[in-house]
Write a protein that binds this ligand. Structure first.
Ligand code: ADP
Ligand code: DP6
Ligand code: CO
Length: 358
């Protein structure tokens, strides 16, 4: 890979998975550091299906930092991306200070090339997988002795939800108390193999870029919704504890009830925003009705819908109900106008931990 003795190109590649929250993050108390108003909890999906692949390179021959996403140049100068790169370079400088033989990578320009194999900015957590992959690719390139927790603190500054994609299984993002964000981190509530029967079916209603980004949407909600205050102070803290218990007890009925209630409460806050934000559409609502109908026909909760900031549905269910849930959805959505590019995703063998450097 060496182009010449002093212009060697150093490179590392990694994959990162998406995570879909069952207790949603929505609202920042500090927009510079991405510190959330409330804690949140998600399931990391298998990267067999939806994933980001990112390669980071550096060389003294590069003249600028660059970022490309799905083949298009991106603005790498944004404050959030820069915050991640600044922290990673500082950690690399620490490595170089301790080992004078280590190549001086921190001062070289970076080329970052990323591909999402699923819709970007459509409510399927592209910013989560994207910033998790970016941070880990650069950390691998720099051979940093950083733990997933350290990396989650850095990735959080790129996109809040990204901090949860650095861990597998069932992951909480504790909002933390410190003003500097040092305790606003992701932590594993349970590993994937604690409840390996969990499955997620991803239904793509629209792959279009959303009108209102998550960052802008949550700021409008914080500024204008009274319902949001109630959500952040009263609803979410109790729900976080109840959801952790549901996961520890592997209680699908409790998990499903909380998941659907939290998705609806989050979308109600968007409706209560001025001007109102509509992430779900008619097609999304048809998925809610299908889910309700499947649960009604089984006389128990066998599936739970959730929608992030976009119209696309994620349906959680247990493997024993694969035919009733995934089978029914696939049969039904096949005939429903508006559902396109649908894909089923099972959290096979539990959500896999992200792979390391290729
Ligand atoms: P989503 O619901 O997909 O997370 P967001 O509005 O939160 O949507 O964020 C979308 C933005 O995240 C994109 O416009 C882009 O700036 C950033 N993003 C998405 N994927 C990547 C990636 N692989 N690498 C870097 N940034 C990414
Ligand atoms: C609805 O993490 O995308 O998906 O921190 O501004 O980048 P920024 O927002 P982002 O918001 C995610 C919101 C959500 C819920 C969740 O993932 O918890
Ligand atoms: Co996002």
């Amino acid at each position: 890979m060496a182009e010449s003795n002093n212009q060697e190109v150093y490179r590392a590649s990694t994959y990162a998975p998406v995570n879909i929250a069952v207790i949603k993050y929505w609202g920042k108390r500090n927009t510079t550091l991405n510190l959330p108003t409330n804690s949140s909890l998600s399931v990391t999906l298998s990267q067999d299906d939806l994933r980001t692949h990112t390669t980071a390179s550096c060389s003294s021959s590069f003249t600028d930092d660059t970022l490309s996403l799905n083949g298009s140049p991106q603005d790498i100068a944004g404050a959030r991306t820069q915050a991640c790169l600044r922290e990673l370079r500082q950690l690399r400088k620490d490595v170089e200070a301790q080992d004078p033989q280590a190549p001086k990578l921190a001062s070289m320009k970076l080329q970052i090339v990323s591909e999402n194999n699923f819709p970007t900015a459509a409510g399927l957590a592209s910013s989560a997988a994207g910033f998790a992959a970016l941070v880990r690719a650069v950390a691998d390139l720099y051979h940093l002795p950083a733990s997933p927790t350290d990396l989650s603190r850095i990735a959080r500054q790129g996109s809040g939800s990204a901090c949860r994609s650095l861990m597998g299984g069932y992951v909480a993002w504790e909002k933390g108390k410190q003003d500097d964000g040092s305790d606003s981190l992701a932590c594993e509530v349970a590993p994937a193999n604690h409840w390996p029967e969990m499955r997620a079916l991803v239904l793509v209603a629209s792959a279009e870029k959303k009108d209102v980004s998550s960052t802008a949407g949550m700021q409008q909600t914080v500024a204008t919704s009274t319902l949001f205050e109630h959500r952040a102070k009263e609803v979410v803290p109790k729900r976080m504890r109840a959801m952790e218990k549901a996961i520890h007890d592997r209680d699908f009925a409790a998990f499903a009830t909380l998941t659907m209630k939290d998705s609806n409460n989050f979308h109600a806050c968007n409706l209560d925003t001025d001007p109102p934000i509509f992430y779900m559409n008619d097609v999304s609502r048809s998925a809610v009705r299908m889910c309700e109908a499947i649960n009604f026909s089984h006389d128990k909760l066998v599936c739970a819908y959730t929608f992030d900031a976009g119209p696309n549905a994620v349906i959680y269910y247990l493997d024993e109900h694969e035919n009733e849930v995934a089978g029914t959805f696939k049969g039904l959505v096949g005939g429903v106008k508006g559902w396109e590019g649908k894909r089923g995703q099972a959290v096979k063998d539990g959500a896999k931990l992200p792979e390391g450097t290729e």
